[in-house]
Design a binder for this molecule. Structure first.
Ligand code: FES
Length: 68
């Protein structure tokens, strides 16, 4: 996955997702645009049913805590 854009900001949430804010396009491994957005949450816990997006399942609280 590639994120292209100018001025995109990434915030790492402790025990939560990576939040991308700005003007950007997320591309798949072949360079095909997946979404153009201003804000997306990327899962980093592996519990989401909608990879690569966070669907809130990190709140289930099982597994090792994620650091910032
Ligand atoms: S970080 Fe939210 S579901 Fe994984």
């Amino acid at each position: 996955m590639t994120v292209r854009g100018e001025g995109a900001r990434v915030t790492v949430y402790e025990n939560g997702p990576l939040l991308l804010r700005g003007r950007f396009t997320v591309e798949d491994q072949d360079g095909k645009p997946v979404v153009t957005a201003r804000t997306v949450a990327l899962c980093r816990c592996g519990r989401t049913a909608l990879p690569p997006w966070c669907d809130g399942n990190h709140k289930a609280g099982k597994g090792a805590p994620m650091s910032r």
